[in-house]
Design a protein around this ligand. Structure first.
Ligand code: NAD
Length: 300
């Protein structure tokens, strides 16, 4: 039976640490960290995620601002909102909740956020700096996974880490971070995606298997090596009429069969998800303390 990598508990420990650090920072005369979030449209899951983020800000003593817009806001108007927030000295971090309506370019909007406030770590400057192992805002989900691995003292040096999924926000940065000269890191990494042939031959070699594809229960126990660490990033709402809210949340790994093979496994929900939020808070605290860009031309 695998040990559960408990994202809820680990995230709470990180939030407690952040709350302590906020108190200490303010006692020294530092400002109250301030996170702004932009939400466009009425997507139910997006509203839930943003609400969790706002609530988490309260928990650790941050200020938060939620800016909501109707789905028909123009790209130009939204870019102007981003620019106004860029220029607002009180705001340390800005996130744009995805997805955006189809008529708005996600890339244009996220690239318009100044790198110093890009606490989601999506801006090419932050991605480039991460790749070069320079101080940067690391995309919150991969950052949260690193923190979970760290919390449970999982050895990554020289291990074979197989990442399934190569999105810009999870799979690709995860593969870079696990290969980087750092702790956690220094793994030998294989990155698999939709064109990978014979996926199971790779997943079965993984000492650490990280899955972010968005297909419920895609990875079965027979695709997992005995003793592997399984990190399931996927969260999909699957209709279930027997449930009050009409759906259940499913990960990308079939929990029952993977748990039998793994040494450690993340549950869904309660694994990677809560870590994502606390990592976003951590990035915002780093921004308030001006830690990432302090020695740069990009200082705010
Ligand atoms: P995405 O849709 O952007 O990318 C999916 C990736 O999976 C692609 O790179 C694709 O090549 C790969 N893929 C698709 N089919 C495949 C196949 N048959 N074999 C191998 N690879 C295949 O996904 P994303 O944004 O990275 O999200 C993935 C999942 O993670 C989703 O369920 C999403 O909701 C979840 N997610 C969770 C969190 C969190 O905080 N826990 C954060 C981000 C995303």
């Amino acid at each position: 039976m695998a040990e559960i990598l408990d994202g809820k508990l680990t995230s709470q420990a990180l939030k407690d640490q952040i709350a302590e650090e906020v108190k200490a920072f303010r006692a020294e005369g530092g400002k109250q960290p301030h996170l702004a979030a932009i939400l466009v449209g009425e997507d139910g899951a997006s509203q839930t995620y943003v609400n969790h983020k706002v609530k988490a800000c309260d928990e650790v003593g941050f200020k938060s601002t939620l800016k909501r817009f109707p789905a028909d806001i123009s790209e130009e108007e939204l870019l102007k909102v981003v620019e106004d927030i860029n220029a607002d000295d009180d705001i340390d971090g800005l996130i744009v909740q995805l997805p955006l309506p189809k008529h708005i370019s996600v890339q244009k909007v996220t690239d318009r956020i100044v790198p110093e406030k890009d606490v989601d770590g999506f801006h090419p400057v932050n991605v480039g700096r991460m790749t070069k192992n320079l101080p940067s805002y690391i995309s919150a989900t991969p950052f949260g996974i690193l923190k979970l691995i760290e919390h449970y003292n999982i050895d990554t040096f020289g291990k074979h880490c197989v990442v399934v999924g190569r999105s810009n926000i999870v799979g690709s940065p995860m593969s870079i971070l696990m290969a980087r000269n750092g702790k956690p890191g220094n793994a030998t990494v294989t990155l698999c995606h939709r064109y990978t042939q014979g996926l199971e031959q790779y997943t079965r070699q993984a000492d650490i298997l990280i899955v972010a594809v968005g297909i419920p229960e895609f990875i079965k126990g027979d695709m997992v090596k005995e003793g592997a660490v399984v990190i399931d990033v996927g969260i999909t709402r699957v209709e279930d009429a027997s449930k009050k809210r009409g759906y259940v949340l499913k990960g990308d790994c079939e929990f029952s069969s993977c748990e039998e093979k793994a040494s450690h496994i993340t549950p869904v929900p309660g694994g990677v998800g809560p870590m994502t939020i606390s990592s976003l808070l951590y990035n915002t605290l780093m921004s308030a303390r001006n830690e990432v860009y302090q020695s740069d031309v990009l200082v705010k």
